[in-house]
Design a binder for this molecule. Sequence first.
Ligand SMILES: *Cc1c(COP(=O)(O)O)cnc(C)c1O
Length: 447
Amino acid sequence: MRNWVHLDKEYIWHPFTQMREWLQADNIIIERADGVYLYDTNGNKYLDGISSLWVNIHGHRKKEIDEAIINQINKVSHSTLLGLGSSPSIELAEKLVQISPPKLQKVFYSDSGSTAVEVALKIAFQYWKNRGYEEKRLFVGLDQAYHGDTIGSVSLGGIDIFHSIFHPLLFHTLVIPTPFPYRNPDLTAEQLRDQCLNTFEKIAEERGSEIAALIVEPLVQGAAGMIVHPEGFLKGLETICRKHKILLICDEVATGFGRTGAMFACEQEAVEPDILCLAKGLTGGYLPLAATLVSNEIFEAFLGSYTEYKTFFHGHSYTGNALACAAAQACLEIFEKDHVLENLEPRIMFLENLLREKLGALPHVGDIRQCGMMVGIELVEDKALRRTFPVELGMGVRVTQDIRKHGIILRPLGDVVVIMPPLAIEIDEIKTMVTAVEKSINEMCGI
Ligand SMILES: *Cc1c(COP(=O)(O)O)cnc(C)c1O
């Protein structure tokens, strides 16, 4: 048998990874998967507690998705959308338009969350230019936002350890504060929300004529550590955008496809973005595919004769890939056929109660944040003072490494333990997972 751990170290540069640590570690190499479980090259079984980095929805080896891809392979795996149409991409786009907020009518495909955002930014920028508002070219983002790793999406990113190093390469943006209740204990969630909205309102009043769009992760800022916004924040942002003719871009790359309990997070506050970015869960976690949905109003601003240069000159080689579109189509059919969202509700409630019961009183759990199946558990050294552990301790990593011995895969965000299982997870599997989290937190942080 080949020594996979060794060969991986020989050839692979892993993303978001300090490779010196990786090269010294005893790493897990995944060979196969089934349902919510991953199996490594030694035959060990692990519950996929983070949906393979937030992408998996209905579990691995889901029969309907496997078959949809195989059926599509037997027709064609890929043909270009430049100059040609492709039936799976049309079918999927029709479906996406049906299930997303009514304002969104056109679908632009790409391959990852980052490119979905990149496309959204370029469309917003050119939209105003095409309409003759040359000065509307600034973007507003939120503090601690994460929108991907390409230069445009990093420009709107606010997570210092990921983004500050690239600062000289980025374009200028305006940043508004994130309403993060746990870090602002002196205010009520409503006061905090209104304070952040007021900051945006003020910027919009002063510079609205220069602002193309606001981009926001609706309801939950995932990579920032599962920061759940106070109720009404998203609606408030939308109201200000409308008033000052600022486009609203919702980045639902993480929150989309049921993760917050609704198909899309923006539905929960009856918000209709002008542009919607989708990726991660779109193919159920099978293949790289992204979509940027826009309103007819935006689409129409790009119409004209070729020499007017209103064309959107952007596209990737694998845009609208047929296999990925077939997988996505099957993934969306499962939502309907298996009543996934309806069945999710009791599981979300169960998870919420169990987290409170098992972890709520632990001395080193400072905050438990949850929105649907997105959970962040903040580890602290001193609960009463909300004091964090020293960074050198790497407490988040320690806890999530320890939990592997209980047969669970998690990946932290700093000292926030993230739980984000496939929507297909069963009640008893939720219980196994939360019980193991409790054990590992107690063992690693001390009781
Ligand atoms: C993951 C993520 C992205 C980037 O998606 P990639 O497919 O990794 O490029 C963008 N926005 C949000 C909110 C995300 O969580």
